[in-house]
Structures are given as structure tokens and as C-alpha cells.
Design a protein around this ligand. Structure first.
Ligand SMILES: Nc1ncnc2c1ncn2[C@@H]1O[C@H](COP(=O)(O)OP(=O)(O)OP(=O)(O)O)[C@@H](O)[C@H]1O
Ligand SMILES: [Mg+2]
Length: 315
């Protein structure tokens, strides 16, 4: 196991930032940590990097308990604070300075690999003060890749970037993960997590609300959209309304929308194909963003109910 967090609590005075958080990450998994402002994402990542002590519970990296200067941290490339560079030096000079400041020889750094993934091109020879926000972020990636990290921990890697830069960073993370990197990244951009990550952790008020694969989270939705050849739509509508799993079906635009009791799309496509209907499209009606907002709303409703029950008992 690359990351193991067990029963983690972190309080700052009387502020409870993380409450009873547990999750684990295996080699090669790409985890997105989602949650609204103040959910406890940064605190979780900081504890994992040994920058904060847990109030209770444990965090392990590669099987060893995290301490501020443990050797396992050498195998982690982390971006949990703003990357700082010397502005009047080139990107390349900054990379060398930073690496050599750690007492290591440049020949031991994976400079070619880091630059290939960061994709800065010739700009790496320009002074950093001429860089855009996105270029600085890519230089930050190059820096943390010099040491061939086995795990990347990234706190909102696209924060403050424009849409073009966000796409470039997403592509960069794609290059990393296609090389088998293990990643834990936090984000507010739900669509980014949907496109970049294999797994999702959703936090709110310091607690884990749900975790699973991206498709599990989206698949939890029970509303499905189907498009078939136009002249077969009525036949498909009739057929779908007879399926036992379908509780309601109606036309919408060029397609059909149905509610299902179990959300298994494969049953729907199998039934349509068996009946000789030409299926064009079948997909959940909601993306991760809707699933995420539904989860947060459901969690808040549960909290309100618990409080209500608590006050009913105490009164
Ligand atoms: N050093 C600290 N001292 C006091 N409170 C803190 C400290 N760090 C975090 N907190 C509090 O802990 C809670 C969780 O903060 P955290 O920064 O982990 O959330 P986040 O999910 O990263 O939010 P954001 O999306 O805004 O970055 C917040 O209520 C925050 O105010
Ligand atoms: Mg944060």
C-alpha cells in the first residue's frame, strides 16, 4: 500500500479540520480528493507530508508511519505549498539550484524525464519572471519529478490557471499517470477529477462522505439517457417501459430518459439490441458534478436529521 490513513483527526484549537478519516491508495491508483472550501483537503495532505502532526490516528507512506523527516518522504513529490522560484534565473538554473541545494549531484536527477513530462520546451532557458502562471506550475512539476518520485501529492494543481493552462496541466498529469505514477490530488474542478482520476474521495466538514471509482460514483445515478435511430424511438419507448428495472421512461429531445431501480445500463442496452433496435448512445444523465453535489446535500440532510434527533432526545 502506498498511502494508508487510519482514523485521522486533526484539530487546530477548537477547530476540527479532519475527523476520523480513513482511506488507502495502492500503487498506480490516481485519487482525486474533492470537497468544498474548508472540507479538510489541504490539512489531510499536509499531515500526510509530515507538515502537521495528527491529533489522533495514523498516516503511513509505503508501510511506514509518517514523521517530519522520515526517509519515505524522499520518494514523494509534493506540491502542497506555492512553488517559489528565483525570478531572475532561468527555469533550468532554478531546477539545478534547488536540486543541488539538497546536497545531490545533478547527474543523479532525472532531468530529461522531468522536462519531457513538464513540456516547457525551450522556455526552460528563459528567466522565470517571464513565465505565465501555467509555466511556473509546469516548472514546479519538473522540480518535483527530478527525484523520480513514486507518489505525487498535489494540492489543487490547477488553482489560479486559465482554461488553456488547466488543460495543459491535465495533459501533463495524464502523461504522468500513463507512466504508472501513483497520485493523490485535491481539486475543486470536478470535471478535472472526472477526466484525470481513477478514484475519488469526497470530504465535507472534515469527514469522508464517500469514496470509490469515478464510474462507481457516477454510476450511482439511476437516471439514464438513450438515443436510438429516430424511426425506432417509439418502439424503444414501448420496449423500455416493459422492462422490470425501468420505473419511468419519457422522450427528451432526440432521445429517451428513463429512471431505473438499479441503474444497470447493460440491461437496457442488451434489451434494445436483442430487439434489433439500433442503439446510438447510452449514458448516465448526470456527471460527477451532479453526483458530488447530491452527495453533499444528502450528507447535510443526514447531519440535520441527527441534530434534530439529538435535540428531540435531550428535550
Ligand atoms: N493552521 C490552521 N489553524 C487553524 N485552523 C486551520 C488551520 N489550517 C486549517 N484550518 C481550518 O481547518 C479547516 C479545514 O481547512 P483546509 O485548509 O484543510 O480545507 P480545504 O478543504 O483545503 O479548503 P480549500 O478548498 O478552501 O483549500 C478550515 O476550517 C480551516 O479554517
Ligand atoms: Mg485547501
Amino acid at each position: 500500500m502506498v498511502v494508508e490513513v487510519e482514523g485521522l483527526w486533526k484539530t487546530f484549537g477548537d477547530v476540527s479540520a479532519v475527523e476520523d478519516l480513513s482511506f488507502s491508495i495502492e500503487r498506480g491508483q490516481v485519487y482525486g480528493l474533492l470537497g468544498p472550501n474548508g472540507a479538510g483537503k489541504t490539512t489531510t495532505l499536509r499531515v500526510l507530508m509530515g507538515l502537521e502532526r495528527p491529533s489522533r490516528g495514523s498516516t503511513r507512506l509505503f508501510g511506514s508511519t509518517v514523521t517530519p523527516s522520515c526517509s519515505e518522504l524522499l520518494h514523494v513529490g509534493a506540491m502542497v505549498e506555492q512553488a517559489a522560484f528565483v525570478p531572475h534565473l532561468s527555469g533550468m538554473r532554478n531546477l539545478r539550484l534547488w536540486w543541488e541545494a539538497g546536497g545531490a549531484h545533478m547527474r543523479d536527477a532525472d532531468l530529461d524525464g522531468a522536462l519531457a513530462i513538464a513540456g516547457l520546451g525551450d522556455a526552460v532557458h528563459r528567466t522565470v519572471k517571464t513565465y505565465s502562471q501555467g509555466m511556473k506550475q509546469r516548472l514546479g512539476f519538473a522540480r518535483l519529478l527530478l527525484g523520480r518520485p513514486e507518489l505525487l501529492v498535489l494540492d489543487e494543481p490547477t488553482n489560479g490557471l486559465d482554461p488553456g493552462e488547466i488543460r495543459e496541466i491535465r495533459e501533463l498529469i495524464g502523461r504522468l499517470t500513463s507512466h504508472g505514477a501513483t497520485v493523490l490530488l485535491s481539486s475543486h474542478h470536478l470535471s478535472e477529477v472526472e477526466q484525470t482520476c481513477s478514484h475519488v474521495l469526497v470530504m465535507n466538514h472534515g469527514r469522508l462522505i464517500t469514496s470509490g471509482t469515478v464510474s462507481e460514483l457516477i454510476g450511482a445515478t439511476k437516471s439514464i439517457y438513450v438515443e436510438v435511430d429516430a424511426n425506432e424511438r417509439q418502439r424503444a419507448l414501448q420496449l423500455l417501459s416493459t422492462l422490470p428495472q425501468v420505473t419511468a421512461v419519457q422522450t427528451q429531445g432526440d432521445g429517451l430518459v428513463m429512471e431505473m431501480c438499479d441503474g444497470r445500463r447493460s440491461d437496457v442496452s442488451a434489451a434494445l439490441i436483442a430487439a434489433g433496435v439500433h442503439l446510438q448512445t447510452i449514458m448516465p444523465t448526470q456527471g460527477l458534478e451532479d453526483a458530488f453535489l447530491d452527495l453533499l446535500a444528502a450528507g447535510d440532510a443526514d447531519d440535520a436529521q441527527r441534530q434534530h434527533q439529538g435535540s428531540a432526545v435531550s428535550s
